[in-house]
Write a protein that binds this ligand. Structure first.
Ligand code: SF4
Length: 487
């Protein structure tokens, strides 16, 4: 019997958009507990729902998933209901399909390949087309996620091995995917040919561990072995690690550069480049590109911290943590009030006024999306008595949508899509503004040494994988509603 815990909670998003995190454990008696620890480390990648499926290789899979944070979904009781030496886990921020329990992962099915449980990070850009084709042949979908098409494609490979079915399904699938898939006695894992999203492999005592980011390895004392390479497909079973498909040439990769700028945790290392070190280099590049006479450099915490450090070091200017983040506002039911201007900004970040009074301040942020919070922060600084406010941003202006797993707002609400940079400066009421350019960003992320290719589409509009123009988060729901209405 499969067991599913159902809990509903409303979720208030802290960040402008997150994606998902995946973990897998093979060959450890406490697989569910270790998967939970891994998901704790990946919580920043998705706060809407969390889930784990386990197997002991003999009995049906066990599954627990619910809306909420990892700490709210898993406790000693729920973990006791997840026996087995294998596990796949997932934390979700929805980028395709609504945020609800039905769409939480892992997605488990029983099909021609036996039992399967899938966890996915990324966006499959041809999911709508694949789903229409599959439904035309009689497939019955349980979710409105893009991920589920992979399981349906596999189910069609009657008489083939799980490995063959997985590879065949991936051949039909376009876009971004870092996947872990649990079958009866093995774990399979894959990255899409461009390697948009990260996925790493480690050793865990006598078993193996896979996670979206290496920060999860540290927590478990897992030994990092290597990244799964773009295009690579592997399996983990009793005989060890098997490469089912070799990686693509590294030059054809298109790793999401925004993982280094914002999404990944600073204590993670991706393709040999530590994220915090990359951010420090972004700050150094930014200081060289847009120097300014100033008394103080302050970050917008937390993701601006390292870039601000790099900027301050390179510019030889004092560094201070003048913005203080409130870490306890993940779930608030308070509503903005007229009495408190800029409530949503102020409740997250408060200013140490004494630090900035009378100073020429450089504020280093990792990105400006809509610009409303950046504008409110400049107002805060001026109210606190800063004599000048200079904005520096550790990536280029965001002008385009992401179709590979990051939920940016509609391009029409991106500030840099509406205004040229000089008008952004006056909109924010800043004394100057400077964005890092693409060349500096690529250098900071080590492209010249690693040979790694990067996706920069949300800055440049150069999309590595073609996508349907009408692609957006609720596309599968909309299609479903239209089909039902036509009946
Ligand atoms: S469009 Fe931007 S956020 Fe999306 S994968 Fe490319 S670099 Fe990352």
């Amino acid at each position: 019997m499969r067991s599913t815990v159902v809990r509903y909670q409303s979720v208030v998003r802290i960040y402008p958009g997150e994606e998902c995190g995946v973990v897998a454990v093979y060959g450890h008696p406490n697989a569910a507990t270790l998967a939970t620890y891994g998901l704790y480390a990946l919580q920043h990648r998705g706060e809407e729902s969390a889930g784990i499926a386990t197997s002991d290789g003999k009995h049906p899979f066990r599954i627990q998933k619910a809306m909420g944070l990892v700490s709210q979904v898993f406790d000693s009781t729920s973990l006791a209901a997840l026996p087995g030496q294998m596990a796949v886990g997932h934390v979700r921020y929805s980028t395709t399909g609504s945020s609800n329990l039905t769409n939480a992962q892992p997605i488990a099915v029983v099909c021609s390949q036996g039992e399967l449980a899938l966890a996915h990070n990324g966006d499959i850009v041809n999911a709508s087309h694949l789903r229409a084709r599959l439904e035309g042949r009689g497939s019955i979908f349980q979710t409105t996620t893009d991920s589920e098409v992979i399981l349906h494609l596999m189910a069609q490979q009657v008489g083939k091995s799980v490995e063959q079915a997985f590879l065949w399904a991936l051949d039909q699938t376009e876009g971004a995917y870092s996947l872990v898939l649990m079958a009866k006695d093995k774990i399979l894992a894959a990255r899409d040919p461009h390697g948009f999203r990260p996925l790493s492999l480690g050793r865990l005592e006598d078993g193996y561990f896979l996670a979206s980011e290496t920060c999860a390895f540290d927590l478990l004392h897992a030994q990092f072995l290597r990244d799964i390479e773009p295009g690579e497909v592997i399996s983990l079973d009793a005989d060890g690690v098997h490469r089912l498909r070799p990686p693509n040439p590294i030059e054809t990769s298109a790793f999401c550069i925004f993982e280094y700028v914002y999404f990944a945790r600073p204590d993670s290392t991706i393709h040999g480049i530590n994220v915090s070190q990359a951010r420090i280099q972004m700050g150094r590049e930014l200081a060289r590109l847009h120097p300014v006479e100033a008394d103080l450099v302050i970050p917008v915490p937390d993701s601006g911290n390292y870039a601000a450090l790099g900027f301050a070091e390179e510019a030889g200017v004092a560094f201070d943590l003048a913005f203080v983040r409130n870490h306890y506002i993940g779930r608030t039911f308070l509503q903005p009030t007229q009495l408190i201007r800029d409530f949503n900004v102020r409740i997250k970040l408060n200013l140490v006024q004494e630090s900035v009074r009378g100073k020429r301040v450089v504020v280093v942020d990792d990105s400006i999306v809509r610009g409303t919070t950046a504008r409110a922060r400049v107002a805060n600084l001026r109210e606190a008595g800063a004599s000048e406010v200079h904005i520096r941003v550790s990536c280029p202006p965001h002008r385009f949508a992401c179709h590979y797993g990051i939920d940016f707002p509609d391009p029409n609400s991106l500030l840099a899509n509406q205004l040229p940079v000089e008008r952004i400066q006056s909109y924010l009421n800043a004394d100057s503004i400077g964005y890092l350019d693409i060349a500096g960003l690529l250098r900071a992320c080590g492209s010249q040494h690693s040979g790694m290719g990067f996706c920069t589409a949300c800055f440049t509009g150069n999309y590595p994988v073609a996508f349907h123009r009408g692609l957006y988060k609720e596309i599968l729901e909309k299609n479903q509603t239209a089909r039902l209405a036509a009946k």
